[in-house]
Design a protein around this ligand. Structure first.
Ligand SMILES: [Zn+2]
Ligand SMILES: [Zn+2]
Length: 257
């Protein structure tokens, strides 16, 4: 597949200076080398790094801690990731997550008190009532926001980089996950590139769908003795396509080995 050839200088010359473009090039290049959606790989590595530095240092800053509280703490993904990172990193124990949780208990108490004063007959619409300030954990998780900013930036940079075979080839080989594929289609401005990306992701979905059907067919006892093929890892590929890689990784590596 040939992506539109354009002037190489375009990225550097276009618009306001892009932050650390050389770094993004190299990061994306390494992410493509891992296989799978490169944007997912970059985001996963960067959120883990971000959480580590949050626990190690930045959570002690009053403004950062306030941002954490304003977001209702972390979402499920990032809270569990924080706990995992804490356990991996501080083998002799750490109180970072304990401090964060203790902070949140005050918000939980406040939310609880707000909800408790609402009449029982309004219960069904409780969480939709603006005036009822229930505590919703991780409603504006700061790491989800960071991810969204990073994803947008990466998708925009990829539109430029895809003009180079170094990026076009692995993109064609690995594809993107559905979220990042759709995001790129929404952000890319070059019609020819959008068209090619759409065709590529559409082909990716068709192939995945056929592999899943084959996997399901071979589950039937009549066909179980047939030789196994590429359909065997289709469920893991489908999960990665829909929700990205397993953030904990270990289990997936074992299963797909
Ligand atoms: Zn992705
Ligand atoms: Zn989050």
């Amino acid at each position: 597949m040939k992506w539109t050839k354009a002037k190489k200088k375009k990225i550097e010359d276009k618009g306001p200076p892009r932050r650390g473009l050389w770094f993004t090039r190299s990061t994306l290049s390494k992410a493509f080398a891992l296989g799978g959606c490169a944007l997912c790989a970059v985001v996963l590595a960067s959120e883990r790094k971000g959480i580590h530095s949050f626990l190690y240092e930045s959570m002690m800053s009053a403004s950062v801690r306030q941002k954490f509280l304003d977001g209702g703490g972390f979402c499920s993904r990032h809270f569990w990731m924080a706990k995992e990172i804490e356990e991996e990193t501080w083998l002799r124990g750490s109180i970072a997550v304990a401090i964060l949780c203790e902070d949140l208990t005050r918000q939980a108490n406040a939310g609880l008190a707000n909800v408790a004063v609402v009449e029982p007959n309004s219960r069904t619409t409780l969480f939709r009532h603006r005036e009822v300030k229930a505590f919703v954990p991780g409603h504006s998780c700061m790491f989800c926001q960071d991810n969204a900013d990073k994803e947008t930036f990466l998708a925009e940079v990829l539109e430029e980089l895809v003009e180079e075979p170094e990026f076009a080839k692995p993109l064609e080989r690995n594809g993107l996950c559905i979220r990042h594929g759709q995001l790129s289609l929404q952000l890319w401005k070059d019609q020819a590139k959008r068209k090619q990306l759409f065709a590529q992701i559409e082909a990716q979905v068709s192939e995945l769908s056929a592999d899943l059907r084959e996997f399901i067919r071979k589950y039937d006892y009549q066909y179980r003795d047939e030789p196994r093929g590429r359909e065997q890892d289709s469920v893991l590929r489908a999960l990665r396509f829909f929700v990205g890689p397993d953030p904990w990784g270990k289990r997936i590596r074992t299963e797909s080995a």
